[in-house]
Design a protein around this ligand. Structure first.
Ligand code: DC
Length: 222
């Protein structure tokens, strides 16, 4: 079976871009697990589900049909009940609500089961918050990416600005700090590095440098 790589870390640490590039360089398949929590959040917001009601969220997660495909450059395309929601799951309203959905144990159970099923084939690069600790604890390689709050907020601003959405740095820092807090303090699968994870502070690193560091570590070149 092909090796698998877990990449965890907080919002804006560069996980998705790095994980996708690493998968492409090593001929592995990339799965963005955050996109799954985002799709359930979008479904809930559209249907008027109470995002703080665990039973309602569980019922929602059971009926929403999630399908994840990869495009020609390995980017994940997310389908929710047959609709391509790849763009919509990045909307600011989803950013603001997704941590509440992701802290619900019932939602996590359903999505983690799905992620493990996808991961059981091996050959995966998965990114998220609990990949090295819960979803793929036996992954051959685990990385935990972090960066300063200011740098992570700047990266998110740049991403949004590329889509024509402007935010103040201060506002973005507050939003990201609020999500970090919920993700790190929740009872089930809080954000934390696996004991055997390689920790990378990417504050002063380019994406290419991070990708190189991971690929080199996996190839045993350092
Ligand atoms: O990585 P992201 O910003 O797309 O993640 C969206 C949210 O989902 C974030 O609040 C953390 C949560 N998440 C999680 O709890 N577990 C994962 N494996 C992936 C994401």
């Amino acid at each position: 079976m092909k090796l698998s790589i877990a990449i965890d870390g907080p919002a804006g640490a560069g996980k998705s871009t790095v994980a996708r590039a690493v998968a492409a360089r090593l001929g592995l398949t990339y799965l963005d697990t955050g996109a799954m929590y985002r799709a359930i959040t979008l479904a809930g917001l559209r249907r008027g589900t109470d995002i703080h009601d665990a039973e309602a969220l569980e019922a929602l997660t059971k009926i929403v049909e999630l399908d994840i495909k990869s495009d020609s450059i390995g980017q994940n395309i997310i389908f929710m009940d047959g609709e391509n929601v790849t763009e919509d799951i990045r909307l600011p309203i989803v950013n603001r609500n997704v941590s509440f959905v992701a802290r619900c144990p019932q939602v996590r159970k359903i999505l983690v089961d799905k992620q493990r099923q996808i991961g059981s084939r091996g050959g995966m690069v998965m990114d998220g918050r609990d990949i090295g600790t819960i979803v793929m604890p036996s992954a051959e390689y685990k990385f935990f990416l972090n960066a300063s709050l200011t740098e992570r907020s700047r990266r998110r601003l740049a991403e949004l600005s590329a889509k024509g959405e402007e935010f103040e740095l201060e506002q973005m820092m507050q939003e990201i700090a609020a999500r970090d807090k919920i993700d790190s303090e929740r009872e089930v699968a809080p954000l934390r590095p696996a004991e055997d994870a390689i920790y990378l502070d990417t504050t002063l690193m380019t994406i290419d440098a991070v990708v190189d560091a991971i690929v080199r570590a996996v190839r045993g070149e350092e």
